[in-house]
Design a protein around this ligand. Structure first.
Ligand SMILES: [Zn+2]
Ligand SMILES: [Zn+2]
Ligand SMILES: [Zn+2]
Length: 334
């Protein structure tokens, strides 16, 4: 319900499910000195050193504030929420640390824009050359010719094959192939964590289900759901609202299932990136994904069931997923 005539303070008015603890945490950040304190504590911190606490005097010096009682007032507002007071001084609590980290990740070390840049992978839909581009903190893998797997909704480039959240910091010091690999690794591990019930954004629980478009177009990208495939695995965190949807035949979804790992191990197909050059490591893992050696089929709709098929030469492995994205059946044909 819209509040048109509210006299509440904006933070209170904006808070719904976020509640009073969240508004309190937000409100203590509303002063430059307090943000400076968090940044100064982060600057002083160094992993694997025994003592990371900063004394009151040192911290005040780092922030450059003359007025001791003013400084003390602002510091006290942070203690409990974002800062911990120890016998030897002050240090970031993990919430304060995450806050600074997310700002650092969000701004990165360089300008995160990236014009479409061709990568050495064929489009799994049509076989044409593909490219990567970066928009709104997401790395997108796009086909240069067909309409891809997802509609563009007028705000993204056309031909999207995948779109993965990658912090601007992830753009640092990586070439195009390594960027696509980095996005795939983020996607894989976020999905694996979600499948095991833990949100990588906030550690909260995750809801997951198979979502089926009920008016799906037979060909191309459907105008109802804006996707090529009628069924998607969906994930949503009820705590922080992180969400993702994955094509069932994307390797991220079931690549870590023991039957899949064993299948590729038995056939000498490496599932991990080759690490001969840490910055441009070979994309062995995703070759499996992009050669269309993995396929899926919606085999029932009420409740939904999906069969995912992995092929390698003459061998075939089938996994069946239920409506909650659990693997309920495994079948290998040699
Ligand atoms: Zn294509
Ligand atoms: Zn549809
Ligand atoms: Zn979450």
């Amino acid at each position: 319900m819209a509040k048109t005539n509210s006299t509440e303070p904006p933070l209170k008015a904006a808070a719904g499910a976020a509640g009073s603890r969240a508004t309190e945490a937000f409100s203590v950040l509303g002063h430059e000195t307090r943000l400076a304190i968090l940044l100064a504590l982060w600057e002083a911190y160094e992993p694997f050193t025994a003592e990371s606490a900063v004394t009151f005097a040192e911290l005040r010096k780092r922030v450059g504030m003359r007025d001791g009682s003013q400084f003390n007032y602002h510091l006290k507002q942070l203690v409990g929420h974002f800062v911990r007071q120890t016998d030897s001084g002050y240090e970031l609590r993990s919430t304060g640390f995450q806050l600074v980290q997310s700002v650092i990740a969000g701004v990165g070390l360089e300008d995160p824009a990236l014009d479409p840049t061709e990568v050495d992978r064929a489009c799994p839909v049509c076989g044409a050359p593909t490219a990567i581009t970066y928009h709104d903190e997401a790395l997108m893998h796009v086909c240069t010719e067909c309409e891809g797997r997802f509609g563009d909704r007028g705000q993204f480039p056309g031909g999207i094959l995948s779109s993965t959240g990658l912090d601007p910091a992830g753009m640092t010091d990586r070439g195009p192939e390594a960027l696509l690999n980095a996005a795939s690794i983020r996607g894989t591990w976020n999905t694996q964590s979600a499948l095991e019930g833990v949100c990588t954004g906030c550690s909260g629980p995750i809801d997951r289900w198979l979502h089926v478009c009920d008016d799906h177009a037979a060909e191309g990208v459907c105008s109802t759901c804006e996707r090529r495939y009628a069924v998607m695995a969906r994930f949503r965190c009820p705590v922080c609202k992180a969400s993702a949807q994955i094509v069932p035949s994307c390797s991220w979804l079931v690549m870590h299932h023991p039957a899949v790992v064993a299948f590729y191990y038995d056939h000498d197909v490496p599932l991990q990136y080759e690490d001969d050059d840490a910055k441009s490591f070979q994309p062995r893992y995703r070759e499996i994904d992009l050669k269309e050696d993995i396929d899926h089929e919606l085999i029932a709709t009420d409740p939904p069931r999906v069969r995912v098929t992995f092929q390698h030469e003459d061998a075939e492995l089938e996994l069946t997923l239920d409506e909650d994205v659990n693997v309920i059946d495994v079948n290998e044909k040699a």
